[in-house]
Design a protein around this ligand. Structure first.
Ligand SMILES: NC(=O)c1ccc[n+]([C@@H]2O[C@H](COP(=O)([O-])OP(=O)(O)OC[C@H]3O[C@@H](n4cnc5c(N)ncnc54)[C@H](O)[C@@H]3O)[C@@H](O)[C@H]2O)c1
Length: 358
């Protein structure tokens, strides 16, 4: 894989991409700031032993752009950004020095980018960065921070799923509806709690036996092998594990009428739009339905800091967002994901126009 950085940045519309190199702290990091029209760019920091520099650049550019649209559609006054640190996420020796140095890099950007935990990083890394920088979000709830974003993500997914079910069946009542949940991790397990409480019949799978045992202990759910989840006769398929599980092969097996889940990048690519449309499967765009976590983490930066009532209202609003996206999708005769992107971009354009006039 090769990548032309400026070509890519021009195509995606990034404002700034910064490469940091501090060998004493073994830090090699990239921060990508996609758009700050609505506010500072917020997005997590991934730590991975990337196989190539191109892979790291591609990851950070793609994900930071996605954050712009996620925050915009969620009605947040935040822009989109992301960072990656090229290192083994299991590293323990020197980890503190590495994150202190990364926090100094955040300070160099003076708040244009705010980081948070992501794949390979954790709240304890955020707490290290907080010692020297206020630009690391998602710190411990005991200290007034947002804490674990997953319960909020799951609650938002539940609200968005109701809107999608309502669009398909004319009622958001889940009583007796069969929902196939792929993944019972942080988001999946909380989501199952909401679904069971709402009267749905849940079938779940996970590649990790412990995750399955945990949900089985708490809820009355059916369990299937991970590969069998696509064959479950259900009304809703809810992906909450890895990306790209909706592809041409799985679509041959999926018999659902609605797809609504928390996983990022659920669709393999836009080539599946046609199949989903022709089969009249209602799809809730992933970046619209899974914004609960960023809403909660972003709330640390509202005046007065994180507030449950503020987060709760915005997460509740994910129902309205999905409702609007699906309604506009019919009006504009476009696939929901395309419409969600359009709405996110429209909000940014309007904010830009207001700024331009001032
Ligand atoms: N945690 C959040 O707040 C948040 C926010 C937005 C989006 N997401 C997205 O939601 C998804 C789940 O996040 P999470 O925090 O719950 O992660 P997690 O790692 O806690 O849970 C994912 C679960 O999926 C399981 N899994 C992996 N591959 C699988 C497969 N092929 N089939 C079935 N199960 C499989 C894992 O064993 C794990 O239990 C991810 O795509 C993540 O990017 C999470």
């Amino acid at each position: 894989m090769t990548i032309q950085v400026f070509t890519e940045v021009e195509k995606r519309g990034h404002e700034q991409v910064v490469f940091f190199h501090y060998p004493q702290a073994r830090l090699k990091a990239i921060i990508a700031i996609h758009n700050t029209v609505l506010g500072p760019a917020l997005g997590g920091c991934r730590m991975r032993p990337y196989q190539s520099e191109a892979q790291a650049i591609d990851d950070v550019l793609r994900l930071s752009e996605g954050m712009t649209y996620k925050s915009s559609l969620a009605g947040l006054d935040l822009g989109g950004g992301k960072s990656c640190i090229v290192a083994d996420p299991e590293m323990s020796e020197g980890r503190r020095e590495l994150f202190l140095q990364f926090a100094a890099c955040l300070n160099d950007l003076a708040g244009r980018y705010i980081t948070a935990e992501d794949m390979g990083t954790s709240v304890s890394d955020v707490m290290i960065m907080r010692e020297v920088s206020k630009y690391a979000a998602g710190y411990a709830a005991e200290l007034g921070g947002a804490g674990d974003p997953s319960p909020w993500t799951a609650r938002g997914v539940f609200n968005g799923l109701l809107a999608a079910v309502e669009r398909k069946f004319g009622s958001k009542d889940l009583t007796g509806r069969r929902i196939a949940v792929q993944g019972a991790g942080h988001v999946g397990a909380y989501l199952i709690g909401h679904l069971v409480k709402a009267g749905a019949r849940v079938t779940v799978c996970d590649t990790n036996r412990k995750a399955i045992d945990r949900v089985k202990e708490q809820f009355n759910v059916e369990v299937v092998d991970p590969e069998k989840i696509y064959d479950v006769t259900c009304e809703v398929f809810s992906p909450n594990a890895i990306g790209q599980t909706i592809n041409h092969d799985t679509l041959k097996r999926l018999g659902c009428s609605v797809i609504a889940g928390g996983a990022n990048n659920q669709l393999i690519d836009s080539s599946v739009y046609e199949t989903l449309e022709s089969r009249e499967i209602v799809y809730a765009p992933d970046f619209a339905i899974n914004a609960g976590g960023v809403i909660s983490v972003g709330a640390e930066y509202i005046p007065g800091g994180w507030k449950e009532s503020w987060v709760s209202e915005k997460v509740h609003n994910i129902y309205n967002t999905i409702h609007r996206v699906l309604e506009e999708s019919v009006k504009r005769k476009k696939f929901p994901e395309v419409v969600a992107l359009e709405l996110a971009k429209e909000r940014i354009r309007e904010a830009q126009a207001r700024k331009g006039r001032r």
